[in-house]
Design a protein around this ligand. Structure first.
Ligand SMILES: C[S@@+](CC[C@H](N)C(=O)[O-])C[C@H]1O[C@@H](n2cnc3c(N)ncnc32)[C@H](O)[C@@H]1O
Length: 368
């Protein structure tokens, strides 16, 4: 590749990033959605409909026109097919890419500065941009709910078993609560408790559950996984892309807590991104984002886990669990039967014993 080709290639990358930045501004201000409803509008009418500043909205319309999210007929702007696809409500919406691009830029800036001192401020970094945090949950829901509903959920018999006894499913690090909502929609008897560190996530989770008429079965509360006390032991404890967020503090204590807070015959179900064994795998297009995220999440005090580490942690806690790879080996899902309700505790408990059996079974599936 000569210098000219190299530059042209990077110019295309830079334009793609700018295009997502323009899209982000439209997504978080409801501009794509409102313009869809209006059919077409002048910038002034669009600004009024979205309760936004008219001068900013005019400039956004021009930028969105430049990147072909909008077409123009005189002063009236309409969505193009890519503009339609950016609507958060659109089937298979492109919204997560726009949110991810701005979140990534924010995390890159923080990592760039913090690398000089080694400081790791923690989860709060996510809340430093007022417009980003409210879109964090919806972004994850759009990215992962379909994979969960279509592939993971039907492959994990533990969910139906918990439902059959009207059991309690606890989701640690629940984000906007989409996982418990998906379970509650599918299974009519199970109850859910979601816990998350961000009040914004918990409020969204409550609102969405109420909106779907699931509010009586699903509860959400703000809390720290490391200091959590449950009012009743759980039939199932789920951690969905949340384990690596709470791993570094003390994995042994965490897994002992999981085991100690299960009812007899309860389950722990963990879904995590799977960090590859070989560095060369990071060059695969589908894993590059994971390599960036692992760098960015260092700021938050996290790192991605190899599936073997999760297997070991289950085993050490006396809950041997197979961990299955799914989504082209980018996701690891472990299901452990917990056993010992007598072991319920809020403090780490290392050597409890109970009979174990293998509960979960997942077929490998290739999803992007
Ligand atoms: C990658 S997100 C996953 C959210 C959700 N489970 C999902 O699948 O969309 C990780 C979540 O863990 C939460 N979290 C991180 N550390 C936590 C802690 N110590 N206590 C409670 N929640 C925590 C974050 O607020 C965030 O919502």
């Amino acid at each position: 590749m000569n210098d000219h080709d190299l530059k042209a290639g990077f110019r295309r990358h830079a334009q793609a990033a700018l295009s997502l930045n323009v899209a982000y501004i439209g997504v978080v201000n409801g501009l794509f959605s409102r313009l869809h409803e209006l059919g077409g509008a002048t910038p002034g009418a669009l600004a009024a409909a979205c309760a936004l500043d008219a001068a900013y909205t005019l400039r956004w319309c021009e930028a969105a026109f430049a990147f072909e999210y909008l077409d123009a007929d005189g002063e009236v702007f309409r969505l193009t097919p890519s503009g339609e696809a950016m609507r958060p409500e659109a089937p298979d919406s492109l919204m997560p890419m726009a949110v991810q691009s701005v979140l990534s830029a924010h995390m890159a800036e923080r990592a760039a500065g913090l690398m000089r001192t080694g400081e790791r401020p923690g989860e709060s970094v996510l809340a430093e941009r007022a417009t980003v945090l409210p879109w964090f949950g919806p972004m994850l829901e759009r990215n992962f709910a379909a994979l969960f509903e279509n592939t993971i959920c039907p492959s994990v018999p533990a969910f139906a078993a918990v439902d059959a006894r009207g059991g309690l499913a606890v989701d640690l690090g629940c984000g906007n609560g989409w996982y418990l909502r998906a379970l509650a929609r599918r299974f009519g008897r199970l109850r859910g408790l979601g816990v998350d560190g961000f009040a914004e996530n918990v409020e969204q989770a409550r609102r969405s559950a109420d909106g779907e008429g699931l509010g009586r079965r699903l509860q959400f509360r703000r809390g720290d996984v490391h200091e959590l006390t449950l009012e009743e032991p759980a039939d199932l404890i789920a951690m969905n892309r949340a384990l690596h967020h709470v791993w570094e503090k003390d994995p042994d204590a965490l897994f002992a807590w999981l085991r100690g807070n299960l009812k007899p015959g309860g389950y722990v179900v963990i879904w995590e991104p799977a960090w590859p064994r070989e560095r060369a795998a990071l060059r695969e297009p589908g894993r590059r984002a994971m390599a960036f995220q692992n760098l960015a999440e260092h700021v938050q005090g996290n790192h991605f886990l190899r599936p073997e580490e999760i297997v070991q942690a289950f085993g050490k806690a006396g809950m041997p669990a197979p961990v299955h790879l799914s989504a082209a080996a980018k996701a690891a899902v472990g299901v452990a039967p917990g056993g010992g309700g007598a072991n319920r505790c809020t403090q780490p408990q290392a050597n409890s014993s109970s009979s174990q059996r293998c509960a979960g079974s997942l077929n490998d599936s290739a999803t992007s």
